[in-house]
Design a protein around this ligand. Sequence first.
Ligand code: HDE
Length: 705
Amino acid sequence: MAEARRESGVSNDKDRQLDPMRTDSDRQLTTNTGVRVDDTDNSLSVGDRGPTLMEDFHFREKITHFDHERIPERVVHARGAGAYGYFHPYESMSRYTRAAFLSDPAEHTPVFVRFSTVAGSRGSADTVRDVRGFATKFYTREGNFDLVGNNMPVFFIQDGIKFPDFVHAVKPEPHNEIPQAQSAHDTLWDFVGLQPETTHMMMWLMSDRAIPRSFRMMQGFGVHTFRLVNEHGQGTFVKFHWKPLLGTHSLVWDECQKIAGKDPDYNRRDLWEAIERGQYPEWELGFQLVPESDEHSFDFDLLDPTKIIPEELVPVTPVGRLVLNRNPDNFFAETEQIAFHTANVVPGIDFTNDPLLQARNFSYLDTQLIRLGGPNFQQIPVNRPVAEVHNNQRDGFGQQRVHRGQTSYFPNSLGGGCPYLASVEEGAYQHYQERVDGAKIRRRSPSFADHYSQATLFYNSMSPWEKQHLTAAFRFELGKCEHMHVRERVVHNLNHVDHTLAREVATGIGVQPPVEEAVPNHGRSSPALSQANTAMDSIFSRQIAVLVADGVVAGPVLELRQALEKEGALVELLAPTDGSVRGVDGDTVEVDRALTTMASVLYDAVVVPGGVNSVETLLGDGYAVHFVTEAFKHAKPVAGIGEGVDLLARLPLPGVRLADGTNGVVSDRGVVSTRGGASDAFNREFTDLLAHHRVWDRETDAVPA
Ligand code: HDE
């Protein structure tokens, strides 16, 4: 299995490096010291019913290992999923950076990417409202470069010294460890209300970005302004962007909460299965480039991580392509033990004085020391660079290498001066020679003072349905706060973002709506921020449920299935019980899953085919009725073929016009119906709806599901 997976992936330097470290267990059982074992079910005891003997080294070793099998989970981003792949640039970026992996389109650099949620513990559900981590390790031939980003382009705080406060506020409350993986509780919103610099990020967190449909359908951002440096030592500011090929798509909140129970591994499973199927996720790397001479030409500070550079001001230059094409062999060894660090940079990539980035450059190495048990964690297979490593660091827990020679210091003559230094021309890292001077002060830069303009920009850029989701999210989250003054303070802040938003939120949470606007809305927007403008041209890997029972008219279903699968979609037949159903013509139709094991929230769309008996059975099945109604409620495409339309007609689908026998294919409010077969016109209409992901203007609370 692992072999098959590996063969499906592109073999590269990292893959080849890992190969000798991979091990299969298709051999005789042994102890850790290689002694063969003939019984691992019974401990060594005195007679049949006597005490267990300390002498039983196999027992002791087995239990001891087990006792120590957990390492501390990440203090944030504990829950994640990862995969290997590769990156290549479209063309050389050497004008801006001397980084070798960005200079040659023919060079494919191996990568490992780990996606994560932030607040929840390792076993928490995937579909919580949260930021998603998007951390990429590039195993370049000049050393590892880690781009440790998120799926949102800004952050909660401006200075890293506040990170423990923020994390303590968002994590489960310390007295009772409630709630798990939720931002909807008093301490977070207490902090947020008192810390207006969080406002812009809270808009993102309350938006649909916080509930992605798939890791494969998320953007990624480096967040901070970094610096590229070319071979002449010239710097250019840069913001890193990842754009998913499949577009940026989200779930709906009600759906998220249900998936958290139905399939807590929803996003993790989605990534794993897509890669196993060979439907490799892809992103485009993009740069927003700002010449140093323009450092001060914006109305915000480039060093302030609570700000974006609107794409209308600085467009995103396409740079290269990231493909994830191989699942890890072992979750713990690879996904759990991978150690990212913002300070893992290669020549040509450098930092700025963003105070959040500076703090991160300390934190990540520090955290790995406790999490991975000592200073040799870079030798763990997943962390090892493909570039050669030579230095004088010999000792410490878990040293894996056997360094030879008498010397482990520099300079030396006894070891022939090795390892010796490299010049910059030979590829040594040289820090950007930025001139800095100033007094030591503990003060936030006045250029970081505007906490609202870009929150307003974000709000103004949302489509009507996105605004509605945003308001609903604020109401939900604040509605979970026990303390009225906590709610009030957030509304007060929101009134600096947009008066209507503040009033709408206030009305939903029992807070007195503000009477006057705090500041006038500046009216500017940035269309690139709205998910309404994302790619909607593909149904690749979308999942469609077809509900069937005995008596189904199978022909049109199979045709539809073929048409959808041709476009890369996945179609599953669900019936009241597993196995197969009998088609109306007596044919046997294989079923993929029993309805009771699944739920509409695990699919992107639902189809009800024809067949009088099939439809009668489904109508009498609460799961089936709920399935379709719920899919409708969650704004998903719904389709009825033949008598399947009768089933739709019996459900509370407000205001939907259905095919009536004479009018061919009817498509109304995201419901496609036809009394005939699944014609080309029908298939096209359904495919188009699917590509658009959801029919947002149809979302309705009136549907009881
Ligand atoms: Fe992190 N962050 N972070 N963070 N972060 C960690 O490192 C930290 C921040 C991000 O899949 C920790 O190995 C500080 C911004 C990701 O393994 C820790 C500050 C962004 C991941 C840490 C920040 C991130 C982490 C926990 C404020 C987006 C998961 C375990 C100064 C640009 C990486 C670990 C993975 C993980 C510290 C802020 C992204 C403790 C102090 C901003 C994707 O080192």
